[in-house]
Design a protein around this ligand. Structure first.
Ligand code: ADP
Ligand code: MG
Length: 319
């Protein structure tokens, strides 16, 4: 289809910066900084599953890249560039133009140019896949397996808004326009914590981004590191728009709610002042929410120090 190339030229071809060979050849070429490892990650998004088919296409473009940049952030990697795979049921130039605007704006903001991809017509729902490339020194990459006993557990930003917005839009919570207005931006326009990830190189022992919920994602750090953790429920930073929710809904939003794209990381208590300075320099609030312990498993304690039973689970596509 001749218009495949016109579509790519119109919506996805931007002049690649400096010494990058971007869209238009068989492969893109980009330089890799001396002594660095290439960090690579990919996410797949399907209309109707990961975003509403009638969602603002600018927000879909933003989020498609944001969730991938969040993986680079969680590794402490500097973005280098990205690829976009598109399977489209039909060509809709107004939708594509808005999608591309949201995508390119975030790409520019993080120095992560779109350098290639693939485009096809599809008999299925609109499907997008973004692959990001970043650079990180091998010895300071923020892996999941580095948490140490007695580390503090930190989280950036605030929790729960995306989950509440999703449940409001999905009809699982009673309609509440004021609550939706406070929480919706977190769901549709997540801000990947790239600068914070870079600032945590050499400070954090382990890190992960909260795509599937704090309980589950912190669980991945614990399993990979062979340690346990204790979390204090009252210390979990709450997003605006969560007041007055039933306790079980609040607990689910804070611990089980996915799509957060904040960073959870562990670090030695000796580094608290440096970590607070790193958060301040990036303009991201950081909160200590618990401690790494010997053993296995995750215990959540209430304000009286009692263990809270029945931690809500995180998101699992095949559960
Ligand atoms: P090939 O046949 O070598 O796979 P294509 O015809 O699929 O090449 O793509 C032509 C050029 O357009 C390539 O540089 C490719 O990376 C780029 N491209 C295709 N689809 C997209 C897209 N959705 N976003 C960005 N670049 C794309
Ligand atoms: Mg191709």
């Amino acid at each position: 289809m001749a218009s495949e190339f016109d579509l790519i030229a119109r919506h996805f071809t931007r002049t690649a910066p400096g010494d990058i060979l971007g869209v238009g050849d068989d492969c893109a070429l980009f330089p890799v900084p001396e002594g660095m490892r290439v960090a690579v990650s990919k996410d797949l998004l399907i209309a109707g599953r990961h975003f509403y088919p009638d969602a603002d296409p600018r927000a879909v473009g933003h989020k498609a890249l944001a969730v991938n940049l969040s993986d680079l952030a969680a590794m402490g990697a500097q973005p280098l560039g990205c690829l976009l795979g598109l399977a489209l049921p039909a060509r809709d130039d107004a939708w594509l133009a808005a999608f591309a605007e949201g995508f390119h704006a975030l790409a520019r903001a993080h120095g992560c140019p779109l350098i290639g991809g693939d485009t096809t017509r599809s008999p299925h729902d609109l499907t997008l896949s973004v692959t990001v490339f970043g650079a990180v020194p091998a010895d300071t990459a923020l892996r999941r397996d580095g948490a140490c006993v007695d580390d503090d557990i930190w989280v950036s930003g605030a929790l729960g808004a995306a989950d509440v917005a999703y449940r409001l839009l999905d009809g699982q919570l009673p309609a509440d326009a004021a609550r939706l207005a406070l929480t919706r931006r977190a769901l549709e326009w997540p801000q990947p914590r790239v600068a914070l990830g870079l600032a945590l190189r050499g400070l954090a022992h382990a890190a992960i981004d909260l795509s599937d919920g704090l309980g589950q994602d912190l669980g991945h750090i614990l399993t990979a590191s062979g340690v346990a953790a204790e979390l204090l429920f009252e210390s979990l930073p709450r997003a605006a728009g969560l007041d007055g929710l039933p306790p079980a809904v609040l607990r689910q939003a804070l611990l089980g709610g996915g799509d957060v794209y904040e960073l959870c990381f562990t670090a030695s208590p000796a580094r608290r002042a440096e970590i607070e300075a790193a958060g301040a320099a990036c303009g991201v609030p950081l909160t200590r929410i618990g401690r790494i312990q010997a053993g296995q498993g995750l215990v959540l304690r209430d304000a009286q120090g009692q263990a809270i039973e029945q931690l809500p689970g995180g998101f699992d596509h095949f559960a």
